[in-house]
Design a protein around this ligand. Structure first.
Ligand code: ATP
Ligand code: MG
Length: 479
């Protein structure tokens, strides 16, 4: 197809009665109904004065209305801006102003309705602006083209072995979306990919792990995709052992670093499923590298190989360790950030996107994301990758969650600090944790500072640990 609009129209013509989108405890849309209603949303937008190229912003919770707002905007030729529903008022105001939204989809208001309208976009047209997660700074609006959406769907399809797509309830592919739709994993790699393959996207409107587990059996989910943090919650949930996972063919994770210990736990928990890692960024319209099931156990710390349409390179590589900044190029890569020419020029070198991630590549081409450049700690001249220390801490006695950050130190410049959150009903003794680490990682990587929190680590909706507040906290005490 040329665009998401063409894709939707073709799918509605080919299998109008198949189920396309399900909102748990809400409505269900067939492909026929989805196409018909998206055209009417487009007509309503036109009647409200929205022209092709105008921005429409979605403030709705995840669900069928969200999907209609998203696709209806594209059918009207508008550029759709999914807004983070966890944003506070001033942050929402920033996005609406930054994108100069001509129309805002708000909760409690009926979707726009009018005479049907269809605009046929070009392949290279910008279809959406997705804001990055804001893990390392202010969210940036990445322009996303129809071509990028479609190439990502194709990459997802190619990353899925044929027998994974076997009919489960008569329809090929049923994915459960428990991550936000305003980020690319939920939207591009789950919702749009389900539509691309003629499957069904089942949407959990708000995170409720008990409901998520029940939905797996009730909705006969074939593809479970979510972030490492939610796998952690699922596996620890008292209902997990009695959850019906007989329909699950695939259990994939990504979007944030995962501790190898959790990969092994997922493998054990889903013995019949293919387990896989996916690496990507908002700027890559989702999937850029994937690690297939055969590799997941042995190379649990890798994100695998680049998808066929993405080229990779390493930049400013350290000759001793082979670690450099990961660069990417290809049709899924954003042409730039909305309204941010300086951020755009900083983000590219010679047409390659700078990921901000440090990576290395092994002899067989597997990619390892070692850390964010901004999270790497320079301890008196030695580089310490926070992710490596966090992975080691994942198995430490009493530790439920751990984050590692650089702490200013008068002698070393920067020293290693660990923030720990205990398992329920347990206490964490930093001395025991340090004893556990010794021998597992090199001496210079062992933390000098420890903080034990009485609440879980701060995370964004994608489950990523927000390290800035941890780094800036007063808890590190006098140094
Ligand atoms: P911001 O750019 O606003 O600081 P962000 O980088 O977290 O936020 P996203 O585009 O949602 O915003 O996330 C992309 C980043 O997530 C990648 O650059 C990488 O650091 C991390 N990431 C994604 N998938 C994986 C994975 N499978 N393993 C390790 N890290 C991952
Ligand atoms: Mg980023």
């Amino acid at each position: 197809p040329v665009s998401m609009v063409h894709l939707l129209r073709d799918a509605a013509a080919a299998h109008p009665d198949d189920e396309a989108v399900v909102e748990l405890d809400g409505g269900r849309l067939t492909y026929g109904r989805l196409w018909e209603r998206a055209q009417r949303v487009a007509g309503g937008l036109r009647a409200a004065g929205v022209q092709a190229g105008d921005r429409t912003a979605i403030l709705l919770p995840a669900g069928t209305d969200w999907t209609l707002a998203f696709l209806g905007s594209m059918v009207a030729g508008a550029i759709v801006v999914p807004v983070n529903t966890r944003f506070a008022e001033p942050e929402v105001a920033y996005v609406l102003e930054d994108s100069a939204a001509a129309y805002v989809f708000r909760p409690g208001e009926p979707l726009p309705d009018g005479d049907p309208v269809v605009v046929e976009p070009e392949h290279a047209d910008v279809a959406a602006i997705f804001y990055t997660s804001g893990t390392t700074g202010q969210p940036k609006g990445a322009l996303t083209t129809h071509e990028a959406f479609l190439s990502n769907c194709e990459s997802m399809l190619r990353a899925t072995p044929d027998d994974d797509r076997d009919a489960v309830t008569g329809q090929a592919y049923r994915t459960l979306i428990s991550v936000p739709l305003f980020h690319v994993t939920g939207c591009n790699s789950q919702l749009l990919t389900a539509l691309y393959v003629g499957g069904t996207a089942v949407i959990l409107p708000a995170l409720d792990v008990g409901r998520l587990l029940r939905a797996v059996g009730e909705e006969r989910i074939s593809a479970l995709t979510t972030v490492p943090a939610i796998y952690g919650l699922m596996l620890a949930h008292p209902d997990f052992p009695s959850t019906d996972i007989s329909s699950v063919r695939r259990a994939s994770y990504g979007g944030a670093p995962i501790a190898p210990a959790l990969v092994h736990a997922i493998k054990r928990a889903f013995p019949e499923a293919r387990v896989s890692n996916g690496f990507g960024m908002t700027e890559t319209a989702a999937l850029a590298c994937g690690l297939p099931d055969e590799e997941a156990a042995e190379h649990a710390d890798s994100v695998g190989w680049p998808v066929p349409v993405v080229d990779l390179a390493l930049f400013m590589t350290d000759p001793e360790t082979g670690v450099g900044e990961l660069l990417m190029r290809g049709p899924t890569i954003t042409p730039g950030y909305w309204n941010k020419p300086e951020k755009t020029s900083e983000a590219f070198v010679d047409g390659w996107l700078r990921s901000g991630d440090l990576a290395r590549v092994d002899d067989e081409g597997r990619v390892y994301i070692v850390d964010r450049a901004k999270d790497m700690i320079n301890r008196g001249g030695e580089n310490v990758y926070s992710v490596e220390v966090e992975n080691a801490l994942a198995g430490a006695p009493g530790v439920a969650e751990a984050a590692v950050v650089g702490v200013a130190n008068p002698v070393l410049g920067e020293a290693v600090g660990m923030v720990l959150y205990p398992r329920p009903g347990q206490t964490v003794d930093p001395q025991n944790v340090l004893a556990y680490l010794r021998g597992r990682i090199a001496d210079y990587k062992i933390p000098q500072y420890a903080v034990v929190r009485d609440e879980p680590l701060p995370r964004n909706p994608g489950g990523k640990i927000l390290k800035r507040p941890l780094r800036d906290s007063d808890d590190w005490g006098d140094r």
